[in-house]
Design a protein around this ligand. Structure first.
Ligand SMILES: C[S@@+](CC[C@H](N)C(=O)[O-])C[C@H]1O[C@@H](n2cnc3c(N)ncnc32)[C@H](O)[C@@H]1O
Length: 290
């Protein structure tokens, strides 16, 4: 077993985190640069030191979970969410079940609440926000941010939902109340079901292809028929139909779909039981209807 493989086994035993499901070259590079900086020669020495030194262990966790985030990250996608996706979801159901998975320090779930507040009173909004990193969750609960993470926040929202305190911006308490934070490991913990919307952005890129495929199926099972999965700008799902998704909103090129929608049950039935000829008739009838 290589030095890194042994480290993966030890970390899994200690934390339950399976580094084997993260892209190896990237993760190894990040962790090697950390242990070298701290004066260790290999992963074995690094792990032994981590066992005795809590601060070093936290530094490791910090290095492996990349917490970079910002409000309205890739603002044009949030506009599509607001203009195109949410009106459709809300037409069917006014009490949306929403999950921000891998929420980091809270910018994403708080953005969700701000966008939803354009449709619903804050008292009717509830977002579950989860992350593997307890430190990030603690910071999210505090809700204090630098100007840099607010760059994309529309001016009206900034005025309405943030208070400037010195160099920092504090998020409104009522926005905070709409979010429930919990620790959750996407690669190990069970998923709840019946979500209308799952936002999981800028974390899938760190996972291996195999891990991503398992996750797409799990997200599909966690959503209601017609529910939406909103992924990051560089996390397009190739072949969404093989996971039970349709492309809902497309960007730039055909493959850049940030929003995928779970096939509705009636569509599943249709795909399973109808011949190609019947399919053509179905399309024809639908074309006449529209
Ligand atoms: C780059 S941040 C993305 C934050 C936010 N979603 C966004 O797009 O701005 C990635 C987050 O994924 C979290 N993460 C990494 N591995 C995870 C896992 N296995 N389960 C849950 N969260 C994980 C990290 O702790 C980190 O907060």
């Amino acid at each position: 077993m290589s030095d890194y493989q042994q480290f993966i086994t030890n970390v899994k035993k200690k934390t339950g985190i399976d580094l084997a499901q993260y892209k190896e070259a990237q993760m190894k590079r990040r962790l090697t640069s950390l242990y070298e900086k701290r004066g260790f020669r290999n992963f074995q020495e690094f792990f032994q030191a981590m066992e005795k030194n809590e601060a070093l262990f936290h530094e490791f966790l910090d290095r492996m979970t990349i917490n970079v985030s910002e409000f309205y990250r890739n603002a044009n996608r949030w506009e599509v969410l607001e203009k195109q996706i949410l009106p459709k979801l809300l037409e069917r159901n006014r009490r949306l079940k929403v999950w921000s998975a891998a929420c980091s320090t809270g910018e994403e779930p708080y953005t969700l609440v701000m966008v939803l507040s354009n449709f619903l009173p804050l008292s009717q909004i509830s977002v579950l926000a989860t992350d593997i990193d307890e430190n990030a969750i603690s910071r999210a609960k505090i809700g204090v941010y630098t100007e840099r993470s607010l760059q994309e926040v529309p001016e009206a929202m900034k005025k309405k939902f943030f208070t400037k305190e010195g160099m920092y911006y504090k998020i409104d308490e009522n926005i905070k109340k709409a979010v429930t934070f919990k620790k959750h490991n996407l690669l190990a913990d069970p998923f709840d079901t019946n979500y209308d919307l799952i936002v999981c952005r800028n974390v899938l890129i760190y996972f291996t292809e195999e891990a991503k495929q398992v996750l797409y199926h799990k997200f599909n099972n966690a959503l209601r028929p017609g529910g939406i999965l909103f992924v990051g700008s560089t996390e397009q799902i190739f072949n969404p139909s093989s996971y039970g998704f349709d492309t809902e909103a497309t960007f730039f090129t055909e493959k850049w779909n940030s929003f995928v929608r779970v096939h509705r049950k009636d569509e599943f039935f249709f795909y399973k039981h109808f011949s190609f000829f019947q399919f053509m008739i179905y399309c024809y009838i639908n074309a006449l209807k529209s």
